[in-house]
Design a protein around this ligand. Structure first.
Ligand code: NDP
Length: 292
C-alpha cells in the first residue's frame, strides 16, 4: 500500500481562500484584523516560525506588529508589553513565540494574554472551554489544524480508534480532546513517555497522531495496515548529504507510507495548517471584536 498524501499546503491554501472574504467583510466595517507577535531572544527556529506567520499575514492583508525583545530583557518588561497589547483596541490577536528564555515563567506570561486575544488558544480559559466540549473558543492551532486537514480529506473519524502520541499542553492533550469531542467522535488513547508499550498501542489504532519530538520514532510495524497517520513532529536532524548539513524529520519514519492509507508529510503537512489556523483565529477575534 502507498499512503495518500495528507497535503497540509493545499489544505492551508483552501483555508486562506475562505478567509479572504471574511477579512474583506471586516475591512468594510472599518476593522483591519491585526496580530501582534512577540519574540524574545534569538532562537533561530523561532525566528523562522515568526517570519512565516508574518508572511502569512502579509499574504492575507492581516496587519501584523512584530515585537522583538533581547534575551536579556527583564520578565517585567515582557509582562508590561503583553498588558499594553491587551489594552490596544486596534489589535485582535497576541502571540508570544515559544520558547521564552529559560529564566522566564512562560506559562505565567502567556496566561496574561486576554482570552479573547489568545490566538494560540493556550490560555486556561480557552483550554478549559475545550475540556467542556465547547468548541467555539480559540482552539490551539496545531491540533485544530490536524482536525481541519482530516475533514478536508473527507476522513470520517466516527467510531474509529485514535492514538495520540504525546500529551503536551500545546499539541497532544488538546489533540486528544478534539478527536474525542462530539462531532469528531473518535475513541482516543493518549501515549506518553511512561506508556508501557507504545508500539503495541499504536498498532491497534485506526488513526495515529504523532507529536513527541522524537525523529522518525514511529516505524512501519507500529502501524495497522490502512491506518491514517498524521505527523506533527518537526525535528532538525544531521544530514551530511545536504549542503546545509541538516534536514527536517517528522516523528514518523518514511517507511510508514508503505503501511498507512494516509500520511501527512514533513514539511508540508501540519506546519502550514498551524499557520492557517492562527490566521483563522486572528480573523475570528477581529470579527468578535466588532460582533460581525
Ligand atoms: P513536548 O516536548 O512538549 O511534548 C512531547 C510529548 O511526547 C510529551 O508528552 C512526552 O511525554 C511524549 N514523549 C516523548 N518521548 C516519548 C516516547 N519515547 N514515547 C512516547 N511519548 C513520548 O513537545 P510538543 O508537544 O510541543 O511538540 C511535539 C512535536 O511536535 C515536536 O517535534 C515539535 O517540534 C512539533 N510541533 C510541530 C508543530 C507544527 O506546527 N507542525 C507545532 C508544535 C509542535 P511526557 O509527557 O511523559 O514527557
Amino acid at each position: 500500500m502507498v499512503a495518500q498524501r495528507l497535503d497540509g499546503k493545499l489544505c492551508a491554501a483552501s483555508v486562506e481562500e475562505e478567509l479572504h472574504s471574511r477579512i474583506n467583510a471586516c475591512k468594510s466595517e472599518g476593522v483591519v484584523p491585526h496580530l501582534a507577535v512577540v519574540i524574545v531572544g534569538d532562537d533561530p527556529a523561532s525566528h523562522v516560525y515568526v517570519n512565516s506567520k508574518v508572511k502569512a499575514c502579509q499574504r492575507l492583508g492581516i496587519k501584523s506588529t512584530h515585537i522583538e525583545l533581547p534575551a536579556s530583557v527583564a520578565e517585567d518588561e515582557v509582562r508590561a508589553t503583553i498588558l499594553k497589547l491587551n489594552a490596544d483596541e486596534t489589535l485582535h490577536g497576541i502571540l508570544v513565540q515559544s520558547p521564552l528564555p529559560s529564566h522566564m515563567d512562560e506559562e505565567g506570561l502567556t496566561d496574561l494574554i486576554h482570552p479573547s486575544k489568545d490566538v494560540d488558544g493556550f490560555h486556561p480559559e480557552n483550554l478549559g472551554r475545550l475540556v467542556q466540549g465547547r468548541l467555539d473558543g480559540m482552539l490551539p492551532c496545531t491540533p485544530s489544524g490536524v482536525m481541519r486537514m482530516l475533514r478536508w480529506a473527507d476522513i470520517d473519524l466516527t467510531g474509529k480508534s485514535a492514538v495520540v502520541l504525546g500529551r503536551s499542553r500545546i499539541v497532544g492533550m488538546p489533540q486528544a480532546l478534539l478527536l474525542g469531542a462530539k462531532g469528531a467522535d473518535a475513541t482516543v488513547t493518549v501515549v506518553h513517555s511512561r506508556t508501557a508499550d507504545s508500539k503495541a498501542v499504536c498498532a491497534q489504532a485506526d488513526i495515529v497522531v504523532a507529536a513527541i519530538g522524537r525523529p522518525e520514532m514511529v516505524r512501519g510495524d507500529w502501524i495497522k495496515p490502512g491506518a491514517i497517520v498524521v505527523d506533527v513532529g518537526i525535528n532538525r536532524v544531521d544530514d551530511p548529504t545536504r549542503e546545509r548539513g541538516w534536514r527536517l524529520a517528522g516523528d514518523v519514519h518514511p517507511e510508514v507510507g508503505e503501511h498507512a492509507s494516509w500520511l501527512s508529510p514533513v514539511p508540508g503537512g501540519v506546519g502550514p495548517m498551524t499557520i492557517a489556523m492562527l490566521m483563522e483565529n486572528t480573523v475570528r477575534a477581529a470579527e468578535r471584536s466588532n460582533q460581525l
